[in-house]
Design a protein around this ligand. Structure first.
Ligand code: IMP
Ligand code: MG
Length: 178
């Protein structure tokens, strides 16, 4: 096992909490009709964002999980996306919001939007905690972005490096990636 260490806190727990509350408000404002908002979190990176986002929302929330693989081990993209675990329930006619940890190249999100759109939800939006615009390879629409960041490989708050650091309560940068 490598001895990676977090060198720097990029986004603190307080900043995350505040921004996630704002994102929850924005999502609720965009769904004004009192209907149900169906959140779909992308495992594993989106699990903490999902947990905090739903707790910042007042009512009307249902949720589901999907698992995709985009990166293999380490920090380089294989450019290939696979469906590892499908949703439990149908989304036809529902108001769906994808809950993603980070949009990097955009390949994962655009693949996910394609397969979900084919299932005919009433609306389909995407909420991503982090975005690295400078890395984009495909033009993908993200309705709610928490923080735009530079091209650093980040860990924590759900995001991993070789499956480690997901449990950090903040977003950090590893020493070797500074
Ligand atoms: P994309 O398909 O290139 O947009 O990559 C999306 C996925 O790559 C995310 O859901 C993450 O799992 C992973 N990823 C991208 N950038 C980072 C990073 O800086 N740290 C950890 N994981 C990342
Ligand atoms: Mg990952």
């Amino acid at each position: 096992m490598s001895s990676s260490r977090v060198a720097k806190v990029l986004i603190s727990t307080e900043q995350l909490n505040q921004r996630i509350r704002e994102m929850a408000d924005a999502i609720e404002r965009d769904h004004p009709d009192g209907g149900e908002i169906h959140l779909i979190s992308v495992l594993k990176g989106g699990f903490l964002f999902m947990a905090d986002l739903v707790r910042a929302m007042s009512t009307r929330v249902t949720l589901d999980f999907i698992a995709l693989s985009s990166y293999g081990k380490g920090t380089s993209s294989s450019g290939e996306v696979r469906l590892l675990k499908d949703l439990d329930s149908r989304i036809e006619g529902r108001d769906v919001v994808i809950v993603e940890d980070i949009v990097d190249t955009g390949l994962t999100l655009s693949y996910l939007q394609d397969i979900l759109r084919a299932r005919a939800p009433r609306s389909l939006r995407a909420a991503c905690l982090l975005s690295k615009p400078s890395r984009r390879q495909v033009d993908v629409t993200v309705d709610y972005v928490g923080f735009e960041i530079e091209d650093f490989f980040v860990v924590g708050y759900g995001l991993d490096f070789d499956e480690r650091f997901r449990n950090l309560p903040f977003i950090g940068v590893l020493e070797e990636h500074l």
